[in-house]
Design a protein around this ligand. Sequence first.
Ligand code: GSN
Length: 209
Amino acid sequence: MSGKPKLHYFNGRGRMEPIRWLLAAAGVEFEESYLEKKEDLTKLQKDGSLLFQQVPMVEIDGMKLVQTRAIANYIATKIDMYVEGMFDLNELLMMYVIQPADKKEEYFANMMDKAENRYFPAFEKVLKDHGKDFLVGNQLSRADVQLLEVILMAEEYNPSILAKFPLLQSFKARISNIPTIKKFLQPGSQRKPRTTEEDVARAMKIFRS
Ligand code: GSN
């Protein structure tokens, strides 16, 4: 998120309050521009800032969003956006084992390039920009859990993959230490080991008749 979101509304709860709540819970600081008189609304309407000539309006990420529920969904979607990136990387890593022998080298290079130059820099930047311990807000969300999972997967292919990402290194240590996660990382837990060619053969017998 570049810069603080700016909320345009009157100085009261109304339809903007759920949006204030969501931003606050997500740990996002915001500014407010209060409409004090009718002319303030007219000005926004005339300069084209309001798609349906109505507030709430929130300037966020270079957009002027209107419609309360659309704004709320956009804020909540931030977690989903991160998680979708993690799933893309997870799938890239997951599919390595099923690549044909003559494609493995090329696939490996692309997969590690994406991890190192596309996905991990993005998450390092998120942590750097807000300076907090977790990806969204200041509490654990599924985004943190799934990022740790994919970091550990990537390290199985390249143990020094985080060398250039100091914040992801401390993130990894912090999330790994959460008691429930720590327990899952212990030997003997229900966590599965890295997929082998034998696992693939076994799965093919089950899933492909
Ligand atoms: O949820 C929404 O943002 C819209 N479905 C409704 C927004 C709305 O009704 N905005 C009123 C202000 S009262 N409350 O939030 C508004 O901007 N009225 C000015 C107008 O010229 O319609």
